[in-house]
Design a binder for this molecule. Structure first.
Ligand code: ADP
Length: 379
């Protein structure tokens, strides 16, 4: 007797990824970080992965920033522990490198639970997800990174698992088809995504908590830089810390990477202490400017200003001029340029702000810019 998940019995096409055009999925999944310098890419590289082993926070107290999310988690973890129950399912969303995986780890540690790490693209076949669910024990944490990339079959198998702690399996064919419901232990699903909008409503609604992670402030990043320097035994003074923090694009992963690069530079130049000068010169060597912008960010701003008169310009035209696909511009470059206040999204397209002109040493056509933003800025 073969047992297959019941959702496979229907006419589901594994390539039809939950109503999201597979071509767009493919271009996103396959698109490299474009021209983004490796130094400032928020995406994880092998060297990040190695150093992450020592750097990941091990408790909520060690997890810096994201105050609102932390406060909410602190309460919920305490309540779940006092009831000896699994924590409700949680979805974290936000740009890469902000600490979603770290937070999932911290939750498992705080709950004294085992964590199973997985990701949307690796759960391609029904047996992948069934196998994963079968490994779960009472109170375990199941972390699914890039959960927006789960295919429809996997997603449908997950629904009863999340809602009723059960899995529906179908045996036989045609008239002889029988569905069996197998119970699962109570577990906590933690989903992480950089693209909350690509998640189906049905899946999103099944999470008890949906938390958006924010970019970090410079004081928060300074704490992270200090902690990392301490763990890596790097002598760094406060000015050195602040220079690295202010160029880390609001992102802990980049902050940690910059610390490692500055350490290499200091070692090579035989500087015993990383101070402001050492940090500044080291980061200039890697073409990271005062605001944490790299050459491609600056090129994007100058195209917006010089070629399109400061905008508004559509994302497609902007991306074509930059030689990138629009997904890369939207996912990789824009979030931080918007966060810095250099670009504004308006219904008519992207507009460069006065700060962007200032950053490139240009004078903004003030009246025109104010009018555009005043009339069209999205809330
Ligand atoms: P994401 O899953 O959002 O891509 P990660 O959790 O992998 O991000 O974070 C990247 C690295 O940044 C981690 O290894 C960790 O060292 C560091 N980090 C992230 N958030 C924090 C934080 N709040 N406090 C301290 N370090 C952090």
């Amino acid at each position: 007797m073969t047992i297959v998940p019941s959702s496979v019995n229907g006419a589901l096409d594994p390539d039809d990824e939950n109503g999201i055009k597979s071509s767009s999925r493919k271009s996103k999944a396959g698109s490299p970080a474009g021209g983004r310098s490796e130094v400032l890419s928020a995406k994880e590289n092998p060297s990040d992965r190695r150093s992450d082993l020592n750097l990941r926070p091990q408790s909520l107290a060690e997890y810096i920033g994201q105050e609102r999310t932390r406060a909410m988690l602190e309460m919920s973890i305490a309540a779940a522990k006092s009831r000896t129950e699994a924590l409700d399912h949680i979805l974290f969303y936000g740009p890469p490198g902000l600490g979603k995986t770290s937070l999932a780890n911290v939750i498992a540690i705080e709950m004294r639970a085992k964590i199973h790490l997985s990701s949307g693209p690796s759960l391609e076949r029904p047996r992948d997800i069934i196998g994963l669910l079968h490994q779960l024990e009472e109170g375990d944490v199941l972390f699914i990174d890039e959960i927006h990339r789960l295919n429809r079959i996997a997603e449908e198998l997950l629904y009863p698992a999340i809602e009723d702690f059960a899995i529906d399996l179908t045996a036989g064919k045609g008239h002889a088809t029988r569905t069996m419901r197998l119970p699962l232990p109570r577990f906590t699903l933690i989903g992480a995504t950089t693209k909350a909008a690509m998640l189906s409503n049905a899946l999103r609604d099944r999470f008890g908590f949906v938390c958006r992670l924010e970019f970090y402030s410079i004081p928060e990043l300074s704490k992270i830089v200090k902690r990392t320097a301490g763990i890596l035994s790097i002598e760094m003074n406060d000015q050195g810390v602040e220079i690295i923090a202010s160029r880390a694009r609001g992102t802990p992963r980049i902050a940690n990477r910059l610390v490692r690069l500055v350490r290499d530079y200091a070692q090579y130049k035989e500087h015993k202490v990383v101070d402001a000068d050492v940090a500044r010169v080291a980061l200039e060597t890697y073409q990271v400017d005062m605001q944490g912008l790299d050459p491609t960010d600056r090129k994007l701003l100058s195209i917006l200003i010089d070629t399109y008169g400061g905008g508004p310009v559509g994302i497609e035209a902007l991306a074509a001029s930059l030689g990138e696909d629009s997904d890369t511009v939207e996912d990789v470059y824009e979030p931080f340029l918007i966060q810095c206040g250099f670009i504004q999204r308006t219904p008519r397209g992207r507009v460069a702000t006065a700060a962007a002109y200032g950053h490139l040493g240009k004078t903004a056509p003030h009246g025109q810019l104010t009018l555009k933003l005043g009339n069209d800025a999205e809330p």
